[in-house]
Design a protein around this ligand. Structure first.
Ligand code: COA
Length: 290
């Protein structure tokens, strides 16, 4: 019987075999299969957020794994395109893990959003193009993750939203900066102020996604696009991506910092506690403006 273990102090003890059991010590990136799966199909990397039972919500553990995987991906010169998707049929990523938001005070709010902003910026600036294959809900941090990708394509069942205000907080992972740049100020403002979801057709109409495909065809169509880009000269692709990214007017750095601090401030409010409790208790929140 074969066992797969992540790296740890047991490594030298087992040395590949324990009685009749084969022990395989996984490399750092292989051992990160718990909540983020990374695989390679020839020169295309596929990163799958893997918490389907929690709608692929972004937990602290997931953030740590993502960070480590990005170290590997940034150093892997063999990949030409990265695809990011979510496990299962329901969600791409349904935002930050709301159960972890209970403890998020101002200090944590600043720290966590700064860290996630940095991770998403690394994705935005990865030397290879990143395609978000949005297979279901892309909400809150999930929308922000998709926004950090170079191109978004989605299933006809996908839904997009920035529901943070309904929890008494504001987006903190770059959404207030990237969403208006992509879909325009008015539409971004409406999505962020109402917290309402929009469906795939509306997302296509406002330019939030490039293409919509029947759910069952999403990965096939994403691979086709990835293969097309991967077949182009790698340096031209890298320079083009960099140049297009830099077309965005001004430096959003101060905007990101302000977003992070305002998110932190929203974490100090009574309305935030009420919003999170209401979601977890599956009831409607009662907000007081305090
Ligand atoms: N964080 C933690 N858990 C989450 C989650 C999140 N962001 N989104 C969904 N889940 C959990 C639910 O609590 C539920 O867990 P349970 O089975 O232990 O009760 C499970 O995932 C399934 O979600 P559920 O709400 O039952 O599914 P649904 O199909 O009725 O609704 C959503 C799906 C995505 C519309 C709904 O879960 C939702 O609104 N999620 C929160 C989105 C959000 O506000 N994100 C921003 C956070 S800043």
């Amino acid at each position: 019987m074969k066992f797969k273990l992540s790296q740890g102090p047991w490594e030298t003890v087992f040395e590949g075999k324990l009685h009749d059991y084969d022990i395989e010590i996984l490399s750092n990136s292989e051992s990160l299969i718990l909540v983020v799966i990374y695989e390679k199909k020839k020169n295309i990397g596929i990163l799958t957020i893997n918490r389907p039972q929690k709608m692929n919500a972004i937990s602290n553990e997931l953030t740590a794994e993502l960070k480590q995987l990005l170290d590997d991906i940034e150093n892997d010169s063999s990949i030409r395109v990265l695809i990011i998707t979510g496990q299962g049929d329901k969600a791409f990523v349904a935002g930050a893990d709301i159960s972890e938001l209970i403890d998020r005070n101002a200090a944590l709010g600043r720290r966590v959003t700064k860290e996630r902003q940095e991770i998403f910026s690394r994705i935005e600036n990865l030397q290879v193009p990143v395609i978000a294959a949005v297979n279901g809900y892309a909400l809150g941090g999930g929308l922000e993750l998709a926004l950090a990708c170079s191109v978004r394509i989605c299933s006809n069942t996908a839904q997009f939203g920035a529901p943070e205000v309904k929890l008494g907080i504001i987006p903190g992972d770059g959404g207030t900066q990237r969403l208006p740049r992509l879909v325009g100020l008015g539409r971004a403002m409406e999505m962020i102020l109402t917290g309402d979801f929009i469906d795939a057709e509306e997302a296509f109409r406002i330019g939030l996604v490039n293409r919509v495909f029947p759910h069952d065809l999403l990965m096939q169509k994403t691979m086709e696009l990835a293969q097309k880009i991967a077949s182009r000269p790698p340096l031209a692709i890298r320079f083009a991506k960099d140049a297009v990214n830099r077309s965005q007017a001004g430096s959003p750095t101060s905007g990101y910092t302000l977003e992070s601090y305002l998110h932190a401030l929203s974490c100090t409010t009574e309305d935030k506690n009420e919003g999170i409790s209401a979601f977890l208790e599956k009831r409607k929140g009662k907000f007081k403006g305090k």
